[in-house]
Design a protein around this ligand. Structure first.
Ligand code: KG4
Ligand code: ZN
Length: 394
């Protein structure tokens, strides 16, 4: 592991957030210093709201529209944007990469022609898992940058991003140091998001083994569907959690704890959503307090399952560090319960929780994947072999 230093642009478009960051890092011995120079996340929530979920083709169009604009703004924020005249040589290739979305070629070329190649060393892009049409837009945009500026392109796994995201907070402009020797292995990551629910065992840096996952819906999906049943807008996770804070325990509001004693590390969250549906039918017209009571019981039910499975994995594998990642890890009740359970097993287990704006989708976590791949000298595929892999598993 030699000393390293570079400046990277990272791009994330796997779902309904278009995000671009510019980060620089240097690593000397075991100390990794990271500084975020620019970071923009543009959420498409308002656009997808009326569909009650993310609509892939709409996401694709929005990403294509946003990417050139956000990239320019990020370069400006990082003081790396210089207007200029660049002769674009690979127009045919660029056209091939961007022709699938209207206006994408023109907007991309317009930006790149009228600026100098910035002083960056590499480009990192999420290439899976996620919505395939959405992933492709980010990948193809990143390929164009890589071709025009002649810089290496690194594919990043979104879930790995959710794991590594817990290592830093995203304060822009401040340098953050990570002591690579201080993280104790084995570590365990509980990844809970709108698309995934996974337990990943980490034996050493970048060595992952998925030990369990959902067999149907992801936990965030369940939060969003229950929110809909309670008449709340997409994405309803945070709203359910707000209601749950004022809920009360009731004998007539009880939900199952799916797969809690299944003896493995898999999860299932589709049945509980159906159970909420039946419960609502049974209760009839819902007053505000009843909605809060249902939200509370739902949050408690899913949290109990997460806590039980995570605790068992901690004991079985002698886990020394627990990492929480994914959008649902913004949930205060889940954080509190996981934290208490971990302490209960052993005071010495370190719990890493992502910063609030690192827990939902962002590109800082994707930049981190690129940084770690560079530090550990992971070989990258050729640019033509970098593809969207909607089911890319760690
Ligand atoms: O990681 P993320 O931003 O996107 C995916 O990769 O899926 O996660 C988004 C999910 C949504 O389902 C959203 O409702 C949920 O995270 N979420 C929450 C909270 N904040 C976000 N769920 C429960 N409680 C929260 N506070
Ligand atoms: Zn995510």
């Amino acid at each position: 592991m030699n000393d390293k230093k570079s400046k990277i642009i990272s791009i994330e478009t796997s779902c309904d957030e278009t995000a671009v960051s510019i980060m620089k890092f240097d690593k000397s011995e075991n100390i990794l210093n990271i500084k975020t120079l620019a970071n923009i996340v543009r959420s498409q929530i308002d656009i997808h709201k009326e569909y009650g979920g993310v609509f892939p083709n709409l996401a694709k169009r929005e990403h294509a529209k946003n990417l050139p604009i956000i990239l320019k703004k990020c370069l400006e924020d990082a003081s790396l944007f210089k207007p200029g005249n660049t002769e674009i040589k690979n127009t045919e290739q660029i056209n091939e990469l961007t022709k699938h979305v209207e206006g994408f070629t023109e907007n991309t070329l317009d930006l790149l022609k009228n600026m100098e190649a910035p002083e960056i060393d590499r480009i990192v892009v999420t290439s899976g898992p996620g919505l395939e049409p959405a992933l492709w837009v980010g990948i193809n945009f990143a390929k164009v940058l890589s071709l025009v500026w002649n810089k290496p392109l690194i594919p990043a796994n979104h879930m790995e991003g959710h794991i590594l995201g817990s290592l830093i907070n995203s304060e822009i402009g401040q340098t953050q140091s990570v002591d690579l020797s201080s993280l104790q292995f084995p570590a365990l990551a509980l990844l809970i998001s709108g698309g995934h629910t996974e337990l990943v065992l980490i034996k050493d840096w970048l060595q992952y083994e998925k030990i369990g996952q959902t067999v149907d819906d992801a936990i965030g999906e369940a939060f969003d569907k229950v929110a809909r049943l309670l008449g709340l807008e997409y994405p309803g996770g945070p709203k359910v959690s707000m209601l749950a804070k004022e809920g009360k325990a009731r004998e007539d509001i009880k939900l199952p704890r799916p797969m809690i004693d299944s003896g493995n590390y898999n999860f299932s969250f589709s049945g509980i959503k159906t159970a909420v549906l039946y419960l609502i039918k049974k209760l009839g017209e819902l007053d505000d307090q009843t909605k809060k009571d249902i939200a509370k019981e739902f949050e408690e039910a899913v949290t109990e399952v997460l806590v039980k499975k995570t605790s068992r994995a901690i004991k079985e594998f002698g886990v020394k560090t627990l990492i929480l990642g994914g959008g649902v890890s913004a949930n205060d009740f889940i954080k509190k319960e996981i934290s208490a359970a971990t302490k209960n097993i052993s005071e010495s287990i370190k719990l890493l929780l992502p910063d609030k704006h690192i827990s939902t989708d962002n590109s800082i976590m994707i930049g981190l994947v690129g940084i770690f791949k560079e530090i550990f000298e992971i070989e990258n595929p050729k640019i033509e072999n970098i593809k969207a892999d909607s089911n890319w598993s760690l």
